[in-house]
Ligand binder design. Structure first.
Ligand SMILES: *[C@@H]1O[C@H](CO)[C@@H](O)[C@H](O)[C@H]1NC(C)=O
Ligand SMILES: *[C@@H]1O[C@H](CO)[C@@H](O)[C@H](O)[C@H]1NC(C)=O
Ligand SMILES: *[C@@H]1O[C@H](CO)[C@@H](O)[C@H](O)[C@H]1NC(C)=O
Ligand SMILES: *[C@@H]1O[C@H](CO)[C@@H](O)[C@H](O)[C@H]1NC(C)=O
Ligand SMILES: *[C@@H]1O[C@H](CO)[C@@H](O)[C@H](O)[C@H]1NC(C)=O
Ligand SMILES: *[C@@H]1O[C@H](CO)[C@@H](O)[C@H](O)[C@H]1NC(C)=O
Length: 276
């Protein structure tokens, strides 16, 4: 028994050493530091919501699973999620956000962020959730997003994005939420998104509505180009028919008037003689 109890400290010691080896040391990460530094420079924070976004914190934003930054969630000493919704942020999204290579979720929704969506997001190979909805983003939806193979949420609704919806996004097999409603997108909805095949989650019209020049399934056909051609033909035919009716009426009226004049003159001559 004495031998056994004297062995205990050794076991505890060994366990502690194993734990220490398994736990990541909280060494600063140069990639996350570059990402946060550039992002904090490109974004503007007029209401000072990001009080502890300071250069000293960027050097070491995470301690294992603890974060020292508002809106940041850490995993194994790396930034894993950035959630900064509804903070009245302005400015732009720095392309250097791609240095946060472990980022799995990026939520900058409901701010006043302008500029374009950086194609550099393609380097965030673990990105699963991208929510940039309700901002003032302009320019195209980068086709390079199709390289983020784990993306399952792309929410870009309520911005001023323009151009075509990249057909490449149809290759994102994990995509279950795709919302580009209320932008300035144009052209046909790629069938790889509008009419997905197999057991891929289907997207309905609510994902696409509110884009004046966007058309195709699943948007209702009333809004599509095909029908506006039909309605132009309809307007043409209708106005043709109307002018035909109008000129016919004019001729009739003219005939009636000249008939009246003639009978009037005849009447004068006949001195109100009764008609037979
Ligand atoms: C940073 O600010 C947020 C709230 O703004 C707070 O929850 C968090 O604890 C702060 N972090 C540090 C390290 O002060
Ligand atoms: C956004 O923030 C404002 C206050 O800053 C608050 O009144 C509003 O409820 C928030 N909206 C959401 C959706 O959280
Ligand atoms: C991105 O980071 C690199 C190196 O830190 C820097 O040279 C470059 O100017 C940055 N780009 C932007 C757009 O901030
Ligand atoms: C994106 O953020 C907005 C508001 O911040 C929220 O209402 C919406 O549900 C989010 N989108 C997804 C797909 O979670
Ligand atoms: C959707 O795709 C199926 C084949 O996968 C096709 O039969 C159908 O016509 C398509 N629907 C539309 C509206 O394009
Ligand atoms: C469209 O899909 C969304 C979720 O993807 C759902 O909340 C909504 O009810 C659907 N609308 C219709 C008309 O089916």
């Amino acid at each position: 028994m004495g031998d056994f109890s004297s062995g205990r400290p050794h076991i505890i010691c060994a366990l502690l050493l194993t734990c220490a080896a398994l736990l990541p040391p909280s060494t600063p990460d140069p990639d996350d530091e570059r990402c946060l530094t550039h992002l904090s420079e490109s974004l503007q924070d007029p209401l000072k919501k990001l009080q502890n976004w300071t250069k000293t914190t960027f050097a070491s934003p995470c301690d294992g699973f603890n974060s020292f930054l508002t809106g940041a969630i850490c995993n194994n000493g790396r930034i894993y999620k950035l959630a900064l919704p509804n903070l009245s942020l302005k400015g732009t999204i720095s392309p250097n956000i791609s240095s946060c290579t472990n980022l799995q979720g990026l939520d900058l929704s409901s701010n006043s962020i302008s500029g374009t969506i950086p194609p550099d997001l393609q380097y965030l190979v673990n990105l699963a959730v991208l929510n940039l909805s309700s901002n003032r983003l302009t320019g195209p939806i980068p086709q390079q997003l199709s390289l983020c193979a784990y993306l399952n949420v792309i929410d870009l609704h309520d911005n001023q994005l323009s151009g075509l919806i990249p057909q490449q996004l149809g290759s994102l097999s994990r995509l279950s939420v795709f919302d580009v409603s209320n932008n300035k997108l144009s052209g046909p909805i790629p069938s790889t998104l509008g009419n997905r095949s197999g057991n891929l989650p289907r997207l309905n019209a609510s994902s696409f509505e509110g884009n004046k020049d966007l058309y195709g399934y699943p948007l209702p056909p009333m809004k599509s180009k095909g029908l506006s051609v039909l309605s132009i033909v309809g307007i043409g035919l209708g106005s043709g028919l109307l002018s035909l009716v109008l000129s016919f009426t004019a001729v009739c009226v003219w005939l009636k008037i000249s008939e009246h004049k003639m009978t009037a003159e005849e009447g004068k001559e006949r001195q109100l003689m009764p008609d037979y």
